[in-house]
Ligand binder design. Structure first.
Ligand SMILES: [Zn+2]
Length: 379
């Protein structure tokens, strides 16, 4: 059953007369708080937010001109604010990347204060006043703008939005990898569009993870560079990059598109893109950290994996030269995840039990958020 939907538009529409997203939302009548309709709205806002992999959502984004916003920054504390008012700001200006699910795949770096104090009522009608900092403050500022009929795009210079469209990301990555001159021959966006359908992702459910007869579980063969036509290799890399961006991942390995060869691409959007041919991890720090991981080949699940904080990998590059890549933090994690794929190892193998794998079904997450907000007896 579909109840609320996001309304989506391009930036051109943002300035058009009558755009509902541009009119200030009205305060919620406190009488409404105990009603099933109110609870449904809160549920739907969470569902839409999780579905779009967002961290905050304001009711006007679903066409409801009411002062309600929901937030989940991943700290196990979903929040819902009704009739919120900013009563103070503080700290330095901080620059963080922002986007809005109503104008999909467009982002900009936005400068805002690092601290906000907010007064709002909770879902039961109790007044809460608190000071929020860091990323949470950022999300609050962002959603408050929407309740006031403005948007993060109003705070940035013209033409400073950047796109996360897979065609554009792939073209950018290829330009960085191959340089400008050769990219003219190989990376027009039209070409990327034509090419992308040839390879498609292989997936399994958690219950099939132990099946050995899947390409995901096979140890991949080394790429014999001398036996490959360079154009074929370039095309495979381009298709893999396109799939990685389309799946909104940060890396992809050849077995994930049905090719059992030792080839991975990594483009996390922060570091220069990498193509790893026949990679071997030659050094691993003893220092480890635990962070949530997911995989395009096991869609809809997430699990916390312990990995080395820093790695050095030996791999061949596009020119057939052996090189060393040293990485740390999130990039080191992605490299380890991709190198695992080439050995038939999945991130789930690092979990003590598959029960530690969590479904990220937006509906289930929204239900969970409601239980946390309204209490277990809410349904
Ligand atoms: Zn993976």
């Amino acid at each position: 059953m579909v109840s609320l939907r996001l309304f989506q538009m391009s930036t051109r529409h943002l300035a058009l007369q009558g755009n509902y997203l541009r009119s200030p939302a009205k305060p919620v009548d406190v009488e409404m708080l105990g009603s099933p309709a109110f609870k449904e709205i809160v549920f739907e806002l969470f569902r839409l937010m999780y579905d779009g992999r967002g961290v905050g959502l304001a009711a006007p984004m679903a066409g409801l001109g009411l002062q309600i916003m929901v937030i989940d920054v991943g700290d196990e504390m979903p929040r819902a604010f009704v009739n919120p008012q900013i009563v103070g700001v503080g700290g330095q200006q901080v620059i963080i990347r922002e986007g809005n699910l109503c104008i999909p795949r467009l982002f900009a770096n936005v400068s805002r204060p690092e601290r906000v104090s907010l007064t709002a009522i909770d879902v039961f009608g109790n007044t809460i006043t608190d000071i929020y900092e860091g990323f949470l403050a950022r999300v609050i500022f962002h959603e408050m703008d929407i309740l006031n009929g403005s948007m993060f795009t109003d705070l940035i210079p013209p033409n400073s939005l950047f796109s996360k469209d897979p065609d554009i990301l792939t073209a950018n990555a290829l330009t960085q990898l191959y340089g400008n001159s050769s990219s003219e021959q190989i990376t027009t966006i039209r070409e990327v569009n034509v090419i992308r359908h040839y390879l498609s992702p292989v997936t399994v459910s958690p219950s099939l993870l132990n099946l050995t007869d899947t390409v995901l579980r096979r140890k991949c063969e080394p790429v014999k560079l001398e036996a490959w036509n360079p154009d074929d290799l370039t095309n495979v890399i381009r298709e893999m990059l396109w799939q990685q961006h389309n799946l909104r991942g940060v890396g992809l390995s050849a077995p994930q598109v049905g090719l059992s060869i030792q080839l991975s691409v990594v483009d996390d959007g922060d570091d220069p893109p990498l193509v790893l041919i026949n990679p071997t991890i030659v050094e691993e720090s003893e220092d480890t950290d635990i962070a949530p991981e997911s995989c395009s080949s096991v869609p809809g699940y997430i699990g916390s994996v312990k990995r080395a904080r820093r790695v050095t990998v030996h791999a061949w590059d596009l020119m057939g030269r052996l090189c060393d890549v040293t990485a740390q933090g999130p990039l080191a994690r992605v490299i380890q995840h991709e190198c695992d794929h080439l050995q038939g190892v999945m991130f789930t193998d690092h979990l003590e039990s598959l029960e530690l794998l969590h479904a990220v079904d937006p509906e289930a997450k929204a239900e969970n958020a409601l239980v946390r907000l309204f209490g277990a007896a809410s349904n």
